[in-house]
Design a protein around this ligand. Structure first.
Ligand code: FMN
Length: 396
C-alpha cells in the first residue's frame, strides 16, 4: 500500500472527531503522500490551524477570501494540485453542502473545481448519522462515485452508543491508498539515467552528443504517474525534469558512473537511457589548446560501462538499456542485450531526422530474451507510458 508521489487534500470539518485529524495527516504521510489541509470554520472549533500546519508541514488553507492566495486563484490551484480529496471527519453540514454543490467556503469551492476522486469519512452522533436526510445524502454521493468510509460503531463523545464514530486514522489512510493500487509499479524504486554526458578536453571544450533527455524524462513521468519512487541521474539536458523525482546531476561519464553506483542499492529497476560517451580524453589539458597549422591528435580512453556494471551486481535490479543505433539495428541491439547481461533493450534508430535525439517523437523496439515488440511512432510521453506498461506486464 503506498501513496508515493500523491498529493492529498485533507478537508477537516466541524465534528468533535476533528481532534484526530493530525493523526490522519501522519498516516497519509506514512504512506508517502504530500498532504495539505483545508480547515472549515466548524473544524477550527475542534482543532487548531497550528497543529495541522506543524504536522502537515504545509500552511493550512482555511479562507476562501484570502486576498494573497487568490491573487493566483488559490482555490483553483489547490484543486489542480490534488490527486485525491479526503474529508475526514466529514460533518453532517459539510456532507449536505457537498450534495447540493455549495461553494460558499474554501472546501466546497475546491471540491467543485476538482475532478479528482473524493472520499468522505463521516463522524457524528449516531442519531444524526441514521437520520433519513443523512442517509439520503450519502446515497446521492455514492451514486456520484464518491467513496464513503463508513464510520465505526461504539461509544460516542455525547455518551450515546451507535454508528457514527470516525474510523481509525490508519484505516482511513489505507482507503485513500486503495484508490491508487492499480499499477504494478506502485512503491517500486526506479533509477533512470538520461541526457548527454560531457567529456572535457580542455577548460573550454568538450566531447558530447545530441541527446536531449526527452525520452528519459518521459519515462520518468510515466513511472511517477504509475506510483514509482524515481531517482534521475542526468547529464546535459534540454528538458525540465519532474520535481517529484530525486534529481542528481552528473555531467561526465565518470561522474554518472559514480552517481549510479552510489544510489543503485535498494533500486528495483534501473533504466539506462543516458547517452554516455564511450570515450573520454586521456588527460584534460590544463590550458586552452591553441590553434595551430598542424593536425591535432587527441588520445581518448574508454569510459566505464555503467549498464554492464549494474548488470553484474548481486543482487541486481531489473536492468533495461537503450541502444541508439544507426546501422545493423537489430543485430547490434541483440548483441547489446547479450553482452551487457540486461533484461531488455529498447532500440531506437537515431539515423532518422524525424525520431530519436532532440525529437519529441520516437519509435522503438522493445527486445527481451524471448520477444521483440514494436512500439509504433508516437510522442515520447506516450511511448514512455507504453514502455512502462510493457515492463510492468513482462517483469513485475
Ligand atoms: C460540541 C459540538 C460537537 C459537534 N460535533 C459534531 C459532529 O461530531 N458531527 C457533526 O456532523 N456535527 C457536529 N457538530 C455540529 C457542527 O459543528 C456544525 O454543524 C457546523 O456548522 C459544521 O460546520 P462545517 O461542516 O462547515 O465544518 C458539533 C457541534 C458542537 C457545538
Amino acid at each position: 500500500m503506498t501513496l508515493t508521489n500523491k498529493n492529498i487534500i485533507l478537508g477537516v470539518s466541524g465534528s468533535i472527531a476533528a481532534y484526530k485529524a493530525p493523526n490522519i495527516v501522519r498516516r497519509l504521510q506514512d504512506l508517502g503522500a504530500q498532504v495539505r489541509v483545508i480547515l472549515t470554520q466548524g473544524g477550527a472549533q475542534f482543532i487548531t490551524e497550528l497543529s495541522l500546519q506543524v504536522v502537515s508541514k504545509n500552511k493550512v488553507h482555511n479562507n476562501l477570501w484570502n486576498k494573497e492566495a487568490e491573487l493566483s486563484m488559490g482555490h483553483i490551484e489547490l484543486a489542480k494540485w490534488a490527486d485525491a480529496i479526503l474529508i475526514a471527519p466529514a460533518s453532517a453540514h459539510t456532507i449536505a453542502n457537498l450534495v447540493s454543490g455549495k461553494a460558499g467556503n474554501l472546501l466546497g469551492s475546491v471540491i467543485l473545481a476538482s475532478d479528482c476522486p473524493i472520499l468522505i469519512a463521516p463522524a457524528m452522533n449516531q442519531q444524526m448519522y441514521t437520520a433519513d436526510s443523512m442517509q439520503a445524502n450519502l446515497k446521492i454521493l455514492l451514486e456520484r462515485q464518491i467513496t464513503l468510509i463508513e464510520p465505526d460503531s461504539g461509544k460516542q463523545a455525547c455518551g450515546d452508543i451507535g454508528k457514527g464514530c470516525l474510523g481509525k486514522p490508519s484505516a482511513i489512510a489505507e482507503q485513500v491508498g486503495l484508490l491508487f493500487q492499480h499499477t504494478k509499479l506502485s512503491g517500486k524504486k526506479v533509477l533512470i539515467t538520461l541526457g548527454a554526458t560531457i567529456e572535457a578536453i580542455d577548460p573550454v571544450r568538450y566531447l558530447s552528443n545530441h541527446s536531449s533527455g526527452k525520452m528519459g524524462s518521459a519515462l520518468a513521468n510515466a513511472c511517477i504517474e504509475a506510483g514509482a519512487q524515481v531517482t534521475l541521474v542526468h547529464g546535459n539536458i534540454s528538458v525540465t525534469l519532474n520535481q517529484k523525482a530525486q534529481l542528481i546531476s552528473a555531467m561526465s561519464a565518470e561522474e554518472m558512473y559514480q552517481a549510479v553506483m552510489d544510489n543503485i542499492t535498494e533500486q528495483d529497476i534501473f533504466i539506462a537511457c543516458a547517452a554516455v560517451s564511450d570515450y573520454s580524453a586521456q588527460a584534460i589539458k590544463k590550458d586552452k589548446i591553441k590553434k595551430s597549422e598542424k593536425n591535432l591528435i587527441l588520445e581518448l580512453t574508454p569510459t566505464k560501462d555503467i549498464l554492464k556494471s549494474v548488470c553484474q551486481l548481486t543482487p541486481k535490479p531489473l536492468c533495461i538499456g537503450f541502444a541508439a543505433e544507426t546501422q545493423n539495428l537489430l543485430e547490434n541491439a541483440k548483441n547489446k542485450l547479450k553482452n551487457k547481461g540486461c533484461d531488455a533493450i529498447i532500440l531506437n534508430d537515431v539515423s532518422r531526422n524525424d525520431l530519436g535525439f532532440k525529437s519529441d517523437e520516437n519509435e522503438v523496439l522493445f527486445l527481451d530474451h524471448k520477444n521483440t515488440i514494436k512500439i509504433e511512432k508516437n510522442s515520447k510521453q506516450k511511448l514512455g507510458r507504453k514502455i512502462v506498461e510493457i515492463l510492468s506486464e513482462k517483469f513485475l
